[in-house]
Design a protein around this ligand. Structure first.
Ligand code: BJW
Length: 262
């Protein structure tokens, strides 16, 4: 990693009035939460998205899909925020105005101290029923529920809704489903208005989320990307910082506010 690039990115970050941090699975990789598309370790290298991450898959085999999400929820519950999440929370307390927009369904930004993160793809922790009303549901206490013995292939029947008895489904956005309207609108507004957008740990291939950095760039913001691998966002970003988020972000944030504070 070239110091000069980090210094240039830090200058832009520290002097921005409105900052958006746009994250993907890579921000949580160093917490032990697998990404989706990394060649060997990504979830889609081992599991078939079509059998697990679509509404059709849930209707065809609810026990398989619910069991898989319970395994993932248990795994995330045991994970801890890493220095990358903490650095992003620090941006929230240092920048004049900042918004975190995440594609992630984990709660590691919140546990690191970020408030008001926009979750474009929902959350592992907000199940709801499949009825049109989508009644919110609650989990059993994970300390004595099936998630206490997580197993990636374990079939677990989903609970029934306490209000209408429909099946309860994970509160995530599957392929072919619309993103939550309030979240998407908030994300587009923040991207349109920001001076700097920091894109961290996303392959930038899943739409409409992948439009967010592009909207920021079209609206005149500087896009800075943090990712160990090249992505389609390389050409959108003015600065590409190649490396793991848990290393680069703390250095970037420290340099950003050292430079402006004195
Ligand atoms: C590190 C690191 C480290 C590693 N530090 N970095 C336009 C064109 C083409 C297709 C479409 C389109 N518009 C819509 C579509 C279809 C589809 C789509 O985009 N498909 C593409 C894949 C081709 N989109 C949809 O279906 C969306 N819905 C929709 O469009 O609805 C339309 C509609 C409107 C109105 C009514 C009805 C419908 C929904 C998309 C939902 C995505 N859902 C998932 C699963 C969520 C639930 C779950 O978790 O199981 O969301 S898929 C998965 O991908 C997940 C992620 O949020 C998302 C993005 O992945 P992400 O975060 O970028 O992870 P990876 O693994 O791809 O990348 C990780 C990166 O980290 C890599 O670059 C690494 O290098 C890096 N990294 N270690 C920093 N230490």
């Amino acid at each position: 990693m070239e110091d000069v690039l980090v210094r240039r990115a830090a200058q832009l970050l520290g002097s921005a009035r409105r900052v958006v941090v746009f994250t993907g699975a890579g921000i949580s990789a160093e917490s032990g939460v697998p990404t989706f598309r990394d060649d060997l370790t990504g979830l889609w290298a081992r599991f078939d998205a079509a059998r697990l991450a679509t509404a059709e898959a849930f209707h065809a085999d609810p026990d398989l899909v619910w069991g898989w999400y319970e395994w993932r929820r248990a795994r995330v519950s045991r994970a801890q925020p890493n220095p990358g999440h903490l650095a992003i929370a620090a941006i929230g307390s240092r920048a004049v105005d900042s918004t975190v927009i995440t594609q992630n369904v984990d709660d590691l930004h919140e546990r690191a101290g970020t408030r008001g993160a926009i979750h474009l793809h929902g959350s592992l922790f907000t199940p709801r029923c499949v009825a049109a009303a989508g009644h919110p549901a609650t989990f059993e206490d994970p300390s004595d529920g099936p998630a206490a013995q997580p197993d990636e292939g374990r079939r677990i029947p989903p609970p029934r809704c306490a209000s209408c008895a429909a099946l309860v489904r994970p509160g995530v956005v599957w392929f072919g489903e619309a993103l939550p309207e309030t979240a998407l609108t908030g994300a587009v507004e923040a991207a349109t208005a920001c001076d700097v957008l920091l894109a961290v740990g996303t392959s930038g291939v899943v739409y409409p989320a992948a439009e967010i950095p592009r909207i920021a760039a079209r609206s005149g913001a500087t896009v800075i990307q943090v990712n160990p691998q090249p992505t389609p966002l390389d050409t959108v970003a003015a600065i590409n910082l190649r490396g793991p988020a848990a290393e680069i972000l703390p250095a970037l944030v420290a340099a950003a506010w050292e430079e402006t504070d004195g």
